[in-house]
Design a protein around this ligand. Structure first.
Ligand code: KG4
Length: 335
């Protein structure tokens, strides 16, 4: 089933042609350079750039797949969650295209597609399993009961792990996207030099909180600067990374043991983090748990993962019509 998938939820305009779990083409037009001067994504600029890039990106995806538009069986699009103006560009383009070609339109939830990135290179992965999805705007632990059936067991009560990385990186003077830079320059953590807090959360033990940690990092850096003391940037970066990974790894392993999962997956932009991958792999191996994570090129936003999830959405009857709208927020287990 040939699907043209479109992704425009944040700062990448992406299109891919997929056939079930196989990727025929995968085009990503990134806006990173443009947003870098502002230290983060400017939503209005993102929407405008999507509008300019989308038709060329789709043309390129179809061309690189070696097909023509008339060969497509369906059009899929990320419709939620994300920046509303950015999402609307993809949704409206996809609606027009599907309508003009007379083929189905498949709406895809952004976090579901991040999870589906795991299916691309891992033929043996199939539900049921536990998944930690960590990105710039979300941090959730979910039971993946089936390809389109999700049961969240915990999530962040405030900031996402990616937000904590990005704002810490900004305070350290690293350029956008901060999480990537922070991971690159981090050396060895020093908890004594920079004692950062562990969040204390009442209630659901699988919930997360990163705002206190983020504030502690920013305050430590600002206090040092007021006293004209130097921050050891690579060590601070490593200490933040270690603390975020302490939290993510512990909760994921605790949840896997609590619910007796022998298969765990990692998804979202932050799943590219080197320490998170290696530590979770180590802890999983110790417990005979099989860990899956996406190839680095499929960790960040891309349309290949949208096409793969779309195939399963289509099979489960999730098809939209031209009344499809975008949504800035939507739970992963929406109906
Ligand atoms: O999934 P994604 O591309 O976009 C969203 O849907 O949010 O995730 C972007 C997030 C950003 O916060 C970025 O800094 C973070 O993923 N990120 C990383 C790494 N690579 C990307 N964070 C830590 N270490 C990395 N290597």
């Amino acid at each position: 089933m040939l699907i043209l998938a479109i992704e425009s939820s944040c700062d990448e305009t992406a299109a891919a042609v997929t056939n079930e779990r196989h990727i025929l083409s995968n085009i990503v037009a990134t806006q990173i350079e443009e947003h870098r001067i502002y230290g983060g994504v400017v939503p209005e600029i993102a929407s405008r750039r999507h509008t300019e890039a989308i038709s060329q990106v789709c043309d390129e995806a179809v061309k690189q797949a070696g097909i023509e538009y008339k060969d497509l069986d369906a059009v899929a699009v990320t419709f939620a969650p994300g920046l509303i103006g950015a999402l609307l560009v993809g949704v409206n383009f996809a609606k027009g295209l599907a309508f003009s070609l007379g083929i189905p339109l498949i709406p895809v939830h952004h976090l579901r597609s991040h999870i589906a990135a795991n299916y691309i290179e891992n033929d043996e992965l199939e539900p049921e399993y536990l998944c930690l999805t960590v990105s710039g705007g979300n941090t959730i632990l979910t039971k993946v009961k089936d390809y389109c059936v999700f049961e969240p067991i915990g999530g962040t009560r405030d900031d996402a792990a990616g937000e904590c990385f990005d704002k810490s990186a900004r305070a350290l003077g690293l350029s956008y996207p901060g999480g990537v830079m922070l991971d690159k320059i981090a050396t060895v953590a020093d908890d004594k030099k920079y004692p950062l807090p562990y969040p204390k959360i009442a209630g659901n033990e699988f919930d997360f909180s990163f705002s206190g940690l983020k504030t502690a990092v920013v305050n430590t850096i600002h206090n040092a600067s007021q006293k004209q003391e130097e921050i050891d940037v690579p060590v601070m970066a490593a200490t933040v990374r270690k603390r975020v990974c302490d939290i993510l790894v512990k909760k994921t392993i605790d949840a896997a043991e609590h619910f007796d999962y022998k298969t765990v997956a990692l998804a979202g932009g932050v799943s590219a983090n080197s320490e998170l991958r290696s530590r979770l792999l180590f802890e999983c191996k110790e417990r005979n748990i099989k860990l899956f994570y996406p190839e680095l090129k499929y960790c960040g936003d891309n349309a290949a993962m949208v096409g793969v999830q779309a195939y399963y959405e289509y099979k489960s009857g999730n098809i939209a019509d031209t009344s499809l709208n975008a949504a800035a927020t939507l739970p992963i287990n929406y109906r």
